[in-house]
Design a protein around this ligand. Structure first.
Ligand code: KIV
Length: 253
């Protein structure tokens, strides 16, 4: 049976560490559903690793709904969360409307990027009874205005701002907080301070859990590999090998 979204926040006190991965399609979700993960995220990273876009900023609600439906068909036992993509939650009303659509598509939770500036949206979604995951640190939806991907929270000012954002989001009732590219000592400090689990990606080893983009874990996006992600398989190489073998066999080479 599927755990409830509230079990995520409860895991903070039990000390159970959380292992999350992204998923974007039915067969992958169905395989991952049997792997004992705590959550599958239909991340807007799908813009890059599935749709071939340069970053996540062009991903639409239509994209998110399409992929969320596919993952929901494959994942029966594992919680699934879907990203609210760029521009989908400019106002509390819009945030609620789009969160409802993601829920109808099968997501158990929605994830939203940002700090205290998005609290009205987070509060409105939670008031609607829809569980929320926060996302702080490097915010891929703002990569263009921020001029690239870099570690966040090295300076005192940025660290104070992120710690206050984390506290405010946790107090608003989010089930968990993704910390992306947060300076490791700050990620550890936030993890100790907040009452919900922190899920790190490129944020050191002291978060309450970790998430990776599926393609980075299995070597299916060899053209760009984040430094923090160690591929544990070479699926791109394996596909090339199998397809090459097939083509040679068909041609009688
Ligand atoms: O879009 C995504 O896949 C994400 C994770 C990397 C946290 O937000």
């Amino acid at each position: 049976m599927k755990p409830t979204p509230a079990s995520l926040r409860a895991s903070k006190s039990s000390g159970r560490r959380l292992a999350w991965l992204t998923a974007y399609d039915y067969p992958t979700a169905r395989v991952l559903d049997g792997c004992g993960l705590d959550l599958l995220l239909i991340g807007d990273s799908l813009g890059m690793v599935v749709l071939g876009q340069p970053d996540t900023t062009q991903v639409t609600m239509a994209d998110m709904l399409h992929h969320t439906r596919a993952v929901a068909r494959g994942a029966e036992k594992t919680l699934i969360a879907a990203d609210l993509p760029a521009g989908s939650c400019a106002t509390p009303e819009l945030a609620v409307k789009n969160s409802r659509l993601l829920r109808e598509a099968g997501a158990d939770l929605v994830k939203i990027e940002g700090g205290r500036e998005i609290l009205p949206m987070v509060q409105a979604i939670i008031a609607e009874g829809i569980p929320v995951i926060g996302h702080l640190g490097m915010l891929p939806q703002r990569v263009v205005e921020e001029g690239g991907y870099r570690i966040k929270g090295k300076s005192d000012t940025e660290a104070e701002r992120l710690a206050a954002d984390a506290q405010a989001l946790a107090e608003s009732g989010v089930q968990a907080l993704v910390l992306e590219l947060v300076h490791a000592p700050l990620a550890a400090q936030i993890t100790r301070a907040v009452p919900c689990p922190t899920i790190g990606i490129g944020s050191g080893k002291d978060c309450d859990g970790n998430i990776l983009v599926f393609h980075d874990l299995v070597g299916l996006f060899p053209w760009f590999r984040p430094k923090f992600a160690t591929p544990r398989a070479d699926l791109a190489g394996e596909i090339e090998r199998a397809v090459g073998e097939f083509a040679r066999e068909v041609r009688g080479d």
